[in-house]
Design a protein around this ligand. Structure first.
Ligand code: ADP
Length: 773
């Protein structure tokens, strides 16, 4: 069934040519026990390896069941070893990190035998070799004879037609040797067994046929076989290791060297730790920068008022340093005065502003210089009140006219109708953020104090230092009366406030305001955005203007050149202020634009400048960029720092990759024997690569996860240190997406680093691998 025809195998080392097999021709029967005898170095092992397809012959032919192997490809040899051959070695060659059963199953695992059948066949084989009771022991708990029995079980588990044994009793004592020989002889009743031995007594005692070797040639054959073999029923089932098997093999191997694996993972995770921390810090700093920008800009919005200061004019007309040589005096307007500019804010301009890209600014606040006719019920009677915190004494309406402000603070509602301004800058102490234009809030200082006058002007009887429950103030209602209900006209054409406040309170046009929330400024940076006391939305002032624009007193004031309340003569500017105060102007007196960040602010300024293009100086609208002088902390510098740090961390990542390659290479050297055994069992090159790729995958995932875990743990002390140094809390924040990407990067790099040694392992010559110690 097996025939060597003029086989030659020469080894050339330097100038020295060793003829390991020198024109060997021999044929074997389908069933016999052949012992190969001969001195050491005579070529016995080489022949056995050629017969088993572990080593390639140089010339001649190996004929299996009448089929020539000249055209065999690597996969055919792998399948041949797996399907037809069982190897038994002198040094057993068991894979020590696998269990006995797994060792015996390995050949079948490689050829894809289903689990149930595989396990049954492995157990049968173990029982057959007499290891039934020891099946569940570990390899290193067995005696030499028992280990050889496991190796024999592994060789016969796949039920091969040929059993090749290389000095199977070489390492055993006489008694055990005889037992093993008995077993092999027993097995030879069902198949062809070819055994190399240096022990002629054993050979003659057990073998059916002995072949004597010398210097690569057959010296004597006790029972030559000359029949021509013609049957050609030789079929091969190709093998294929599943990745799972490779993973299990590597996992078990790694388990046997836990300490070293952990150290490797730790060392190679340092790169990951570095990058993870840099990323965590930079995204944390970016969040801080964004926050600072937002806070700065909500404190210093772009502002457009009726009278503006042209900043460029103010800067360009700075005094010259040059000392004049002229003996004349030049008349010159002061820079400040030159920069004064009256903005003609028109409805067109307001519409233009409303068209600003909503991604650049969420909040555009419009202030109308309108007064509010406020009354509140105190102890059962209504009386006029005000939001102002300017003075302790309730001002009469004419005094109010004189006051520039109207009291209270106005906050913007964002362009989607949400309370982003309040929510980002103010913490809710009690109640709720406002829902509608008639919901108002009480702003308290960071120490929970409120301007005493703000409370007095609301009609509360308060004493310095008095404390209030939130509930006492929450829910307080205040009424805003329409001009037509608030003022009555006199026959003279003048107007005076009505005195029947109860009637006003019940008038149909009267709106009810309610304190729905008590808010406190969130951070020091936002201090003073809104002064302590009542704050209401710009929507409310708009509502009031809409209501009063057409009122009698406004119409009368528009026609008259005297103040309709006091009969004083007024100039044009005062008249216009009066009309606005009475709610007669739907053009805002002041517009504040709150950009999201500095970059967006610049874009908005460009947009505002575009409006002025081609307009006469008088028609230009000048804005004030309050944040212009604040250093613009853009993320650019941060990005640069991040890149540099990532580059450094990247270097350590590459270093760890090289380390993994070295470790894999060491592992390859260590596992050379195992590679030989796997090949003898029919593993393909690709399977061997897989085993090592699986190992590096485990290492890569392990070091990635370990790196992320350590980095995450490190964010706590880092944040604590940063907190104590800079007062910034939670700067380092590990983004889960970054973490995941880093684990993947670690795995991919590690596998890449380990792949080259893995390929080297796969290329290892099986015969040489098995000879290694
Ligand atoms: P035996 O099994 O009879 O002791 P071997 O088959 O192992 O003999 O070796 C036969 C000869 O081939 C020896 O001289 C040995 O040194 C040589 N040989 C075996 N393998 C190699 C190799 N990979 N490279 C060079 N020489 C080798």
């Amino acid at each position: 069934m097996l025939e060597l025809k003029h086989i030659k195998k020469y080894y050339t080392v330097g100038d020295n040519v060793t003829k390991a097999l020198d024109d060997v021709s021999v044929a074997f029967r389908k069933q016999e026990f052949v012992a190969i005898l001969g001195p050491s170095g005579s070529g016995k092992t080489t022949m056995l390896n050629v017969l088993g397809g572990l080593d390639q012959y140089d010339s001649g032919d190996l004929v299996i069941n009448g089929k020539s192997t000249k055209g065999f490809k690597a996969a055919d040899w792998d399948a041949y070893r797996n399907n037809s051959i069982g190897f038994i070695f002198q040094s057993y060659n068991l894979i020590s990190h696998l269990s006995i059963i797994d060792n015996v199953e390995m050949g079948m695992t490689l050829s894809g035998v289903p689990a149930g059948e595989k396990s049954k066949r492995a157990k049968d084989a173990l029982v057959r070799v007499g290891l039934g009771p020891h099946m569940n022991k570990k390899i290193n708990q067995l005696s030499g004879g028992q280990m050889q029995r496991v190796a024999i079980a592994r060789a016969i588990a796949n039920d091969p037609e040929i059993l090749l044994a290389d000095e199977p009793t070489g390492a055993l004592d006489t008694v055990t040797s005889n037992e093993i020989m008995q077993l092999i002889q027993d097995l030879s009743k069902e198949r062809l067994v070819i055994m190399v031995t240096h022990n002629p007594e054993l050979a003659h005692q057990y073998a059916d046929r002995t072949i004597e070797f010398s210097d690569g040639q057959i010296l004597e054959d006790s029972k030559p076989y000359t029949d021509e073999v013609s049957s050609n029923d030789f079929k091969l089932k190709h093998t294929k290791m599943r990745f799972w098997t490779a993973l299990k093999l590597s996992f078990n191997n790694i388990r046997t060297k836990k300490g070293r694996t952990f150290l490797t993972m730790f060392a190679s995770s340092i790169g990951i730790i570095g990058i993870a921390i840099v990323l965590a810090l930079s995204s944390g700093f970016q969040i801080q920068i964004d926050k600072t920008q937002r806070e700065t800009l909500s404190q210093f919005p772009i502002s457009i008022s009726r009278t503006g200061t042209d900043q460029t004019a103010a800067q360009s007309s700075q005094q010259s340093d040059k000392v004049s040589k002229s003996d004349k005096i030049t008349a010159k307007t002061s820079a400040a005065e030159k920069a004064q500019h009256t903005n003609k804010i028109t409805q067109d301009y307001v519409n233009y502003l409303d068209k600003i890209d909503s991604s650049l600014t969420k909040n555009i606040s419009k202030t109308y210089a309108t007064g509010l006719n406020l009354i509140r019920e105190v102890n059962g009677t209504y009386k006029p009140i005000q939001f102002s915190s300017a003075s302790g004494n309730g001002m009469d309406s004419s005094a109010m006219l004189a006051a520039s402000g109207i009291g209270g603070s106005v906050y913007p509602i964002d362009r989607n109708g949400n309370q982003t301004f309040l929510k980002t800058n103010y913490k809710l102490l009690s109640g709720a953020y406002p829902n509608s234009a008639t919901d108002i809030v009480l702003i308290v200082n960071r120490d929970n104090t409120v301007n005493i006058n703000a409370l007095k002007n609301l009609g509360f009887k308060v004493k310095e230092g008095q404390k209030y429950d939130y509930n006492k103030l929450l829910g307080t209602t205040i009424k805003v009366v329409a001009n037509n209900d608030y003022y009555q006209s006199l026959p003279t054409g003048n107007f005076v406030p009505n005195t029947d406040y109860t009637k006003m309170a019940n008038a149909s046009d009267t709106k009810t305001l309610k304190i729905t929330g008590i808010l406190r400024v969130k951070s020091k940076n936002s201090d003073g955005l809104l002064s302590s006391g009542i704050a209401y939305s710009d929507q409310l002032t708009k509502l009031v203007v809409d209501q009063n624009e057409k009122s009698d007193i406004v119409s009368a004031q528009k026609k008259s050149d005297t103040n309709v309340l006091t009969s004083q003569t007024v100039n044009a500017a005062t008249k216009s202020t009066l009309i606005s105060y009475l709610g007669g102007s739907s053009i805002p007196s002041n517009i504040q634009i709150y950009p999201t960040n500095f970059k967006d602010k610049d874009k908005i300024l460009t947009y505002l400048d575009k409006y002025n293009k081609g307009k006469t100086k008088a028609n230009k609208i000048v804005y004030t960029d309050l944040a212009g002088n604040v250093s613009s902390l853009t993320g650019g510098l941060m990005d640069a720092i991040t890149y540099v740090l990532i580059a450094f961390a990247g270097i350590s990542l590459v270093t760890s990759m090289i380390m993994i390659a070295i470790i894999t290479y060491t592992s390859v050297l260590e596992r050379t024997k195992e590679i030989g055994v796997l090949k003898a069992l029919g593993a393909r090159k690709r399977d061997i690569t897989r085993v090592f790729d699986a190992e590096t995958t485990i290492l890569g995932v392990g070091s990635g996860v370990l790196g992320i875990l350590i980095a995450w743990l490190l964010t706590f002390p880092i944040n604590a240190i940063l907190k104590s140094m800079t007062d910034l809390s939670n700067v380092a924040q590990l983004n889960p997406t970054h973490a995941l990407i880093l684990i993947i990067v670690s795995t991919v790099l590690t596998v890449l680093g380990g792949h080259i040694p893995a390929r080297m392992a796969a290329k290892k010559d099986a015969a040489i691998a098995l000879r290694s110690e």
